[in-house]
Design a protein around this ligand. Structure first.
Ligand SMILES: NC(=O)c1ccc[n+]([C@@H]2O[C@H](COP(=O)([O-])OP(=O)(O)OC[C@H]3O[C@@H](n4cnc5c(N)ncnc54)[C@H](OP(=O)(O)O)[C@@H]3O)[C@@H](O)[C@H]2O)c1
Length: 244
């Protein structure tokens, strides 16, 4: 019980620190222009990447979509207006001051090699989940290591924040419309500035960011864990306080 309480206060402290960071000028300067609008490169423009990209375009950010199908991405970008464009994964990685990885986990090892140099030092939101049935042995390894730490190893030098992992893509557009209490977005990361940038992007589409701890806690940000699905920020803090 004591341990749970200690963990709760630790989570609360991290969350409070992040909110404070979010208001600091250096965090705003790290990505985005004076209005806070950012250039976002999306690798994987399927259900989750396509949906999030569309929401960020609506929020005024500039987005470049990429996948294995440039024609699909050009059509997607054209449907979203002048703040959206399409390119190759390398072009998206170069374009974005912030990147979203939204591919099957099995694609990460090759992408890590292909994008090396382009992702180094960048804030990378990692929505990817390891499923052995879909992704093979790399997913088994990632689950054993913990999804966040595994992604960091596969994408060396990236400042990874795990987020958007366990809320279905179809629910994402509804958050911005919610009038009552906001839905929380559990996140995990080691880099305070990267978390501040990610928190802004989470807020911009209607969620309340809740940092549950360092990247090692990313192992709880996958479907099937207690944090999966929709929870209020307070519920997320309470659940996170029971995890170790
Ligand atoms: N669906 C959800 O609600 C949801 C929620 C949270 C997290 N996630 C996680 O997010 C990731 C994406 O899921 P999804 O449902 O969006 O999948 P999806 O609809 O199948 O989209 C996957 C995207 O990744 C692209 N892709 C695959 N291999 C690639 C590579 N080597 N290089 C560049 N792009 C590549 C695909 O391009 P092509 O179409 O050209 O092959 C496609 O655009 C998964 O790890 C999933 O577990 C999904």
């Amino acid at each position: 019980m004591k341990q749970d309480r200690r963990r709760f206060f630790r989570v609360a402290a991290v969350t409070a620190a992040t909110f404070a960071l979010d208001s600091l000028p250096f965090a705003a300067r790290a990505a985005g222009d004076a209005t806070g609008k950012m250039k976002i490169g999306i690798v994987g423009s399927g259900r989750i990447g396509g949906t999030l990209g569309g929401l960020w375009v609506k929020a005024g950010h500039q987005v470049m979509f990429s996948s294995l199908d440039l024609e699909h991405d050009k059509a997607l970008a054209a449907s979203l207006g002048t703040n959206a464009r399409a390119g190759t994964p390398r072009e998206a990685a170069a374009f974005g001051e912030v990147l979203l990885m939204a591919v099957p986990y099995g694609a990460l090892p090759q992408l890590g090699r292909d994008l090396a140099g382009l992702i180094k030092g960048k804030v990378v939101l990692d929505a990817c989940n390891p499923f052995p049935s879909r992704d093979g042995e790399i997913a088994t390894w990632a689950r054993e290591k913990g999804a966040g730490l595994a992604s960091a190893e596969l994408l060396p030098g990236a400042r990874i924040v795990r987020a958007f992992n366990a809320i279905g893509y179809a629910r994402l557009p509804q958050a911005a419309q919610r009038q009552s209490e906001r839905i929380g977005m559990p996140m995990a990361g080691d880099d305070a500035n990267a978390i501040a940038v990610a928190s802004k992007l989470v807020r911009d589409i209607g969620y309340e960011p809740v940092v549950i701890g360092p990247l090692a806690m990313g192992k709880y940000l996958i479907p099937g864990t207690p944090l999966a699905g929709e929870h209020t920020p307070e519920q997320i803090r309470q659940i996170a306080a029971t995890l170790k």
